[in-house]
Design a protein around this ligand. Structure first.
Ligand code: NDP
Length: 324
């Protein structure tokens, strides 16, 4: 018997239940993974509250975990029983003690990286990888804007961007988060976004920034556009304050021929080759010490509701791991 945190209907944190579920058998191309650490991500909130839809209900939440391979399907050659592995991929189901997942979505975890670090870094770290290296290739000397800079993706973005030679302006909601962002690579931290564009103007001497990484969505979309230099790239990659409402695309022209993209990790790691490149790039910056994965909160998997409450109340910093 396995256990999973499942929802039977969309709702608040109380919708999550600790259920007994049968231990699944891997199909031919799948592996059974016994989880040792599970990553908490904002996308879990969207699946819980129904902003994103589960394939069917009841459904176990979660997109990311680390653990040990317990069984392999008959066609699987790349992995064997006992391998330490991690993944950040749909379908949802990571909030469980044991689950099956397609072998081609799983990567081996090197010895120097702990299970908790692996569970914390795969989704947020590969997101930072594609945002900084592919969506907009950050260059030495760029000054860039990062929202929720003390959050999970945020702290990785700040450190990695600094490592690439960029000057990071982080946006946060409290002085304490400003301190944390600055400790992890942000050269500047702006508290609150009401006067963000004028702060960016001051910091950049009027040049504004070539890219904004905006994970907050509804509340910050307009002020992010106002912070961009002509031909700048608006990367709207999340909705922690709610989804961005439909808007008039002529605005992009009026504000300086801006580029707008709404990227997802799923697209950027759709092929096995892209997944491997992204994971290797991430593991390299973590192994070298250029990027530290800050697991600032842990909760028992059973207490996932408490973890969601903390995340939604903006009480977490860095990454959060659930322990089965
Ligand atoms: P975070 O640790 O960044 O937590 C969310 C943070 O968003 C909060 O700490 C808070 O920081 C900020 N925030 C601003 N407004 C609100 C609000 N109204 N309610 C709650 N939080 C708010 O989470 P993650 O690192 O897990 O994810 C960050 C974002 O990136 C999410 O939007 C997520 O969906 C997105 N994402 C997108 C991916 C993609 O490929 N498109 C992949 C991975 C994540 P503060 O208090 O400083 O404002």
């Amino acid at each position: 018997m396995a256990h999973a945190i499942r929802i039977h209907a969309y709702g608040g944190p109380e919708a999550m239940q600790w259920d007994d579920v049968p231990t699944p058998e891997p199909g031919p191309a799948e592996v059974l993974v016994h989880h040792t650490a599970i990553g908490l991500n904002y996308i879990d909130v969207y699946f819980r509250n129904g902003l994103y839809k589960a394939p069917s209900l009841p459904a176990a939440l979660g997109m990311e975990a680390a653990g040990v391979v317990k069984a392999v399907g008959s066609d699987v050659r790349s992995l064997k029983v006992g391998d330490r592995v991690a993944y950040a991929s749909g379908p949802i189901g990571a909030y469980s003690t044991d689950r099956v997942i397609s072998a081609d979505r799983v990567v081996r975890v090197p010895d120097g990286i702990s299970d908790q670090t692996a569970a914390a870094m795969m989704l947020q770290g590969m997101t930072a990888q594609y945002l900084l290296r592919r969506t907009y290739a950050v260059k030495n000397g760029d000054t860039i804007l990062v929202h929720a800079a003390a959050g999970g993706v945020g702290l990785i973005l700040c450190q990695w961007a600094k490592h690439l030679g960029a000057t990071v302006i982080g946006v946060v909601s409290t002085d304490e988060k400003a301190r944390i962002a600055k400790e992890h690579g942000a050269a500047h931290a702006v508290v609150g976004y009401e006067k963000l564009a004028s702060e960016v103007k001051k910091i950049t001497g009027g040049k504004m920034v070539p890219v904004v990484y905006d994970s907050v969505g509804k509340d910050t979309f307009a002020v992010s556009l106002d912070s961009l230099a002509p031909l700048g790239t608006m990367v709207s990659y999340g909705n922690s304050s709610g989804p961005v409402p439909p808007f008039e695309i002529a605005v992009l022209g009026a504000k300086g021929s801006l580029f707008l993209t709404r990227p997802t990790l799923a697209t950027y790691t759709a092929s096995r080759a892209d997944l491997e490149r992204s994971a290797e790039d991430l593991m390299q910056v973590v192994a070298s010490g250029a990027v530290q994965i800050k697991v600032n909160q842990t909760f028992a998997l059973r207490d996932a509701a408490e973890a969601h409450r903390a995340l939604e109340a903006r009480k977490t910093t860095g990454s959060t791991v659930l322990i089965p």
